[in-house]
Design a protein around this ligand. Structure first.
Ligand code: PEP
Length: 255
């Protein structure tokens, strides 16, 4: 079933101590201020070393969930420095971000590798937050829809219906990530509706209706309400603003 989700991607930021303080501020503010029927799920995605402790600090409620920012495509074994999906699940993660443009760009993660990571995450019982999004060059060449359609086909649509049910999609135009340049709500809605249409073609109308599609890219306390009011925008994947408890809480309150 489609949900409203606000996920905070901390990226490689904070120390352990700062991370604990940040999550404590966020949970207190959200618990004090988000009381009504706002059913939004909050997913906190800190760096690997803090996952277990931060997970322990999340209130036991259906509101808060723990997510990782990446996982290995391998199940286990001699892969020095890697972190498996099963490890993440064992420390309390429910979600894992896969295919973030920073991983695609700086760590050369391609559709083939991402397909394997998706399989590994799903096999371990994690829900992938799968990111897609075009560069400025692609947008200016008027090739956004082709590009997104290819990312979905090559990276995601190999999953079975049951596997696809577990997936959240994040539309993150690269030109909007960390740049302060947000997509307009019309631009976001247009691509979200297109993604839903592609899901209906690859799977069926019910899958399209039930898939949660988040927007990411310089979303903040000022623009979240407008973005989230679009019919096909089910929430946000938030980078910079998730590191500020007040801003992140205001984004959650935007529903
Ligand atoms: C992100 O990295 O997923 C992101 C959306 O970052 P920002 O909100 O800082 O643009």
């Amino acid at each position: 079933m489609r949900k409203n989700i606000v996920a905070g991607n901390w990226k490689m930021n904070t120390t352990y101590q700062d991370g604990l303080a940040l999550v404590s501020e966020i949970t207190n503010m959200v618990q004090d201020e988000v009381t009504g029927p706002n059913g939004v799920e909050v997913v906190i995605c800190p760096p690997f070393p803090f996952l277990f402790a931060i997970g322990k600090q999340l209130p036991a409620s259906s509101r808060f969930h723990l997510g990782a920012q990446n996982c290995s495509e391998k199940e286990s074994g001699a892969y020095t420095g890697e972190v498996s999906a099963k490890m993440l699940q064992s420390v309390g993660c429910e979600y894992v971000i896969l295919g973030h443009s920073e991983r695609r760009q700086y760590f050369r993660e391609d559709d083939e590798l991402l397909s394997q990571k998706l399989k590994a995450a799903l096999a371990a019982g994690l829900k992938p937050i799968f990111c897609v999004g075009e560069s400025l060059e692609t947008r200016e060449a008027d090739d956004t829809f082709n590009f997104i359609s290819k990312q979905l086909k090559d990276g995601l649509f190999h999953l079975s219906n049951e596997e696809f049910d577990q997936v959240v999609i994040a539309y993150e135009p690269i030109w909007a990530i960390g740049t302060g340049k947000t997509a307009t709500s019309a631009q976001a809605q247009e691509v979200h509706a297109f993604i839903r249409e592609q899901i209906a073609r690859a799977y069926d109308a019910e899958a399209a209706l039930n898939t949660t599609i988040l927007y990411g890219g310089s979303a903040n306390a000022q623009n979240a309400r407008e973005l989230f009011s679009q019919p096909d925008v089910d929430g946000g994947l938030i980078g910079g603003a998730s590191l500020k408890s007040r801003d992140f809480t205001e984004i959650i309150k935007s529903f």
